[in-house]
Design a protein around this ligand. Structure first.
Ligand code: PNS
Length: 163
Protein backbone atom coordinates (compact mmCIF):
# COMPACT_ATOMS: atom_id res chain seq x y z
CA UNK A 1 0.00 0.00 0.00
CA UNK A 2 1.16 3.55 -0.66
CA UNK A 3 0.73 6.39 1.84
CA UNK A 4 1.39 10.13 1.81
CA UNK A 5 3.15 11.90 4.67
CA UNK A 6 2.36 15.59 4.10
CA UNK A 7 3.94 18.46 5.99
CA UNK A 8 5.77 21.75 5.93
CA UNK A 9 9.14 20.22 6.88
CA UNK A 10 10.66 23.68 7.49
CA UNK A 11 13.07 22.06 8.27
CA UNK A 12 12.82 18.28 8.69
CA UNK A 13 13.30 17.25 12.35
CA UNK A 14 14.23 13.96 13.99
CA UNK A 15 10.52 13.68 14.82
CA UNK A 16 9.67 13.72 11.11
CA UNK A 17 12.43 11.19 10.37
CA UNK A 18 10.93 8.85 12.94
CA UNK A 19 7.46 9.09 11.36
CA UNK A 20 8.93 8.61 7.87
CA UNK A 21 10.76 5.48 9.02
CA UNK A 22 7.70 4.02 10.79
CA UNK A 23 5.25 5.13 8.10
CA UNK A 24 7.33 3.55 5.32
CA UNK A 25 7.69 0.30 7.28
CA UNK A 26 3.95 0.25 7.89
CA UNK A 27 2.69 1.21 4.43
CA UNK A 28 5.49 -0.25 2.29
CA UNK A 29 5.68 2.90 0.14
CA UNK A 30 5.66 6.45 1.46
CA UNK A 31 5.42 9.65 -0.52
CA UNK A 32 6.76 12.51 1.60
CA UNK A 33 5.08 15.65 0.28
CA UNK A 34 6.24 19.17 1.08
CA UNK A 35 2.99 21.11 0.90
CA UNK A 36 3.39 24.77 0.06
CA UNK A 37 1.30 27.13 2.17
CA UNK A 38 0.76 30.29 0.09
CA UNK A 39 -0.15 32.28 3.25
CA UNK A 40 3.05 31.41 5.09
CA UNK A 41 6.48 32.68 4.14
CA UNK A 42 8.66 29.71 5.05
CA UNK A 43 12.26 29.86 6.20
CA UNK A 44 13.61 27.41 3.61
CA UNK A 45 12.41 27.15 0.02
CA UNK A 46 10.37 24.03 -0.76
CA UNK A 47 13.31 22.81 -2.90
CA UNK A 48 15.74 23.16 0.00
CA UNK A 49 13.29 21.34 2.31
CA UNK A 50 13.21 18.39 -0.09
CA UNK A 51 17.02 18.46 -0.30
CA UNK A 52 17.26 18.31 3.52
CA UNK A 53 14.65 15.52 3.64
CA UNK A 54 16.60 13.49 1.06
CA UNK A 55 19.81 14.06 2.97
CA UNK A 56 18.15 12.80 6.18
CA UNK A 57 16.22 9.81 4.88
CA UNK A 58 16.66 9.48 1.11
CA UNK A 59 18.22 6.05 1.62
CA UNK A 60 15.13 4.51 3.23
CA UNK A 61 13.54 1.89 0.97
CA UNK A 62 10.16 2.79 -0.51
CA UNK A 63 10.41 6.50 0.36
CA UNK A 64 10.01 9.23 -2.29
CA UNK A 65 9.72 13.01 -2.06
CA UNK A 66 7.82 15.76 -3.84
CA UNK A 67 6.64 19.36 -3.61
CA UNK A 68 2.93 20.07 -4.02
CA UNK A 69 1.08 23.37 -4.32
CA UNK A 70 -2.52 22.83 -3.30
CA UNK A 71 -4.86 20.76 -1.20
CA UNK A 72 -3.74 17.47 0.27
CA UNK A 73 -7.04 15.95 -0.90
CA UNK A 74 -6.19 16.97 -4.49
CA UNK A 75 -2.73 15.41 -4.21
CA UNK A 76 -4.37 12.18 -2.99
CA UNK A 77 -6.86 12.32 -5.87
CA UNK A 78 -4.12 12.92 -8.45
CA UNK A 79 -1.84 10.16 -7.16
CA UNK A 80 -4.58 7.66 -6.34
CA UNK A 81 -3.23 7.32 -2.79
CA UNK A 82 -5.94 6.90 -0.14
CA UNK A 83 -3.89 6.81 3.05
CA UNK A 84 -2.36 9.79 4.84
CA UNK A 85 0.07 9.37 7.72
CA UNK A 86 0.67 12.04 10.36
CA UNK A 87 2.47 12.04 13.69
CA UNK A 88 0.87 13.21 16.94
CA UNK A 89 2.86 14.45 19.92
CA UNK A 90 0.28 15.92 22.28
CA UNK A 91 -3.46 15.97 22.92
CA UNK A 92 -3.55 19.36 21.16
CA UNK A 93 -1.99 17.68 18.12
CA UNK A 94 -4.60 14.93 18.32
CA UNK A 95 -7.46 17.46 18.21
CA UNK A 96 -5.93 19.40 15.33
CA UNK A 97 -5.01 16.27 13.36
CA UNK A 98 -8.45 14.72 13.88
CA UNK A 99 -10.11 17.88 12.52
CA UNK A 100 -7.77 17.86 9.53
CA UNK A 101 -8.42 14.17 8.90
CA UNK A 102 -12.19 14.74 8.96
CA UNK A 103 -11.92 17.73 6.61
CA UNK A 104 -9.77 15.73 4.20
CA UNK A 105 -12.24 12.85 4.24
CA UNK A 106 -15.04 15.31 3.45
CA UNK A 107 -13.03 16.67 0.53
CA UNK A 108 -12.19 13.20 -0.74
CA UNK A 109 -14.46 10.44 0.57
CA UNK A 110 -12.40 7.33 1.30
CA UNK A 111 -9.26 9.26 2.18
CA UNK A 112 -8.10 7.78 5.49
CA UNK A 113 -5.63 9.29 7.94
CA UNK A 114 -3.53 7.11 10.25
CA UNK A 115 -2.13 8.95 13.26
CA UNK A 116 1.12 7.63 14.71
CA UNK A 117 1.94 8.62 18.30
CA UNK A 118 5.40 10.16 18.52
CA UNK A 119 7.95 8.35 20.67
CA UNK A 120 8.86 10.03 23.99
CA UNK A 121 12.18 11.20 22.48
CA UNK A 122 10.37 12.93 19.60
CA UNK A 123 7.41 14.29 21.54
CA UNK A 124 8.90 17.71 22.26
CA UNK A 125 10.39 18.43 18.86
CA UNK A 126 8.80 20.89 16.46
CA UNK A 127 10.20 22.83 13.52
CA UNK A 128 9.00 26.12 15.03
CA UNK A 129 10.76 25.38 18.32
CA UNK A 130 14.04 24.54 16.61
CA UNK A 131 13.81 27.65 14.41
CA UNK A 132 13.47 29.74 17.55
CA UNK A 133 16.35 27.96 19.30
CA UNK A 134 18.59 28.46 16.26
CA UNK A 135 17.60 32.12 15.85
CA UNK A 136 18.74 32.77 19.43
CA UNK A 137 22.04 30.97 18.93
CA UNK A 138 21.12 27.70 20.69
CA UNK A 139 22.27 24.20 19.77
CA UNK A 140 19.72 22.43 17.59
CA UNK A 141 21.73 19.26 17.01
CA UNK A 142 19.67 17.18 19.51
CA UNK A 143 16.53 17.85 17.46
CA UNK A 144 17.59 17.77 13.81
CA UNK A 145 19.34 15.47 11.35
CA UNK A 146 22.94 16.76 10.92
CA UNK A 147 22.34 18.29 7.45
CA UNK A 148 19.28 20.23 8.61
CA UNK A 149 21.11 21.46 11.74
CA UNK A 150 23.98 22.75 9.57
CA UNK A 151 21.58 24.44 7.13
CA UNK A 152 19.60 26.09 9.93
CA UNK A 153 22.71 27.41 11.70
CA UNK A 154 24.03 28.71 8.38
CA UNK A 155 20.71 30.41 7.58
CA UNK A 156 20.72 32.35 10.87
CA UNK A 157 24.45 33.15 10.57
CA UNK A 158 23.71 34.74 7.20
CA UNK A 159 20.65 36.59 8.52
CA UNK A 160 22.71 37.99 11.40
CA UNK A 161 25.60 38.98 9.10
CA UNK A 162 23.26 40.85 6.73
CA UNK A 163 21.66 42.93 9.54
O1 PNS B 1 4.01 20.21 9.05
P1 PNS B 1 2.70 20.91 9.24
O2 PNS B 1 2.85 22.41 9.09
O3 PNS B 1 2.00 20.51 10.50
O4 PNS B 1 1.75 20.39 8.01
C1 PNS B 1 0.44 20.87 7.83
C2 PNS B 1 -0.05 20.45 6.43
C3 PNS B 1 0.91 20.97 5.38
C4 PNS B 1 -0.12 18.93 6.35
C5 PNS B 1 -1.47 21.04 6.23
O5 PNS B 1 -1.44 22.42 6.45
C6 PNS B 1 -2.01 20.76 4.83
O6 PNS B 1 -2.47 19.68 4.55
N1 PNS B 1 -1.90 21.77 3.94
C7 PNS B 1 -2.31 21.65 2.55
C8 PNS B 1 -3.58 22.42 2.27
C9 PNS B 1 -4.77 21.59 2.70
O7 PNS B 1 -5.06 20.53 2.18
N2 PNS B 1 -5.49 22.13 3.69
C10 PNS B 1 -6.64 21.50 4.25
C11 PNS B 1 -6.26 20.46 5.28
S1 PNS B 1 -7.68 20.07 6.21
Amino acid sequence: MKAIFPGSFDPVTLGHVEIIRRGAAMAGELLVAVLVNPDKQGLFTPQKRVELLKDACGDLPGVSFMIYNGLLADLARETGVRLVIRGVRTSADLDAESAMARANARLLPGLETALLPASPQASDISSSLVRQIASLGGDVSPFLPPGAARALNEMYRQKKASK
